[in-house]
Write a protein that binds this ligand. Structure first.
Ligand code: FEO
Length: 170
């Protein structure tokens, strides 16, 4: 049994994950329009992962016989200064998501909701990975100087990222 308050908070998290997907889709579109196909690929993979995160919570709510309620998704920015700007905004956004996951867990603990606590552990691990990836790419961009040949090399590197669909139960 999940409380109404917990379901509402999980519904809010679906919206945050959908906005994340939308934000990274906007970054992918911006990368394509500025001639950076590797960055466009990286953000498109991230978009797909965010949709999976939203679906993970969607399925969790459904599996408990509760009703998902969808909210409006905020419009993301459509232009960005440069690749560093996109990754700094990505890191900042992921820190916000990490905080949101932590708050959900705090609520689950308060409500003695063990099932939701366990379900949210996956997101704790995922957020460590996401923030780590963003920090790595920011460091690479700093090394590359953010333009010319250095930027070309980072773009080539980001072109190799491959989307892996979630496995059942994983
Ligand atoms: Fe689903 Fe990037 O947090």
């Amino acid at each position: 049994m999940i409380s109404k308050k917990m379901i509402e908070a999980l519904n809010e998290q679906i919206n945050k994950e959908m906005y994340s997907a939308y934000l990274y889709m906007a970054m992918s579109a911006h990368s394509t329009s500025t001639g950076l196909p590797g960055f466009a690929n990286w953000f498109m993979v991230q978009y797909k992962e965010e949709m999976d995160h939203a679906m993970r919570i969607y399925n969790y709510i459904n599996d408990h016989g509760e009703k998902v309620s969808l909210k409006a998704i905020e419009q993301p920015p459509s232009t960005f200064k440069d690749p560093m700007d996109m990754f700094q905004k990505t890191l900042k956004h992921e820190q916000f998501i990490t905080k949101s996951i932590n708050e959900l867990i705090n609520l689950a603990i308060k409500e003695k909701d063990h099932a939701t606590q366990i379900a949210l552990q996956w997101f704790v691990t995922e957020q460590i990975e996401e923030e780590g990836n963003d920090n790595d790419i920011i460091a690479k961009l700093e090394l590359a100087g953010g333009k010319g040949n250095g930027l070309f090399m980072v773009d080539k590197d980001l072109a190799t990222r491959i989307y892996t669909p979630p496995t059942a139960g994983g």
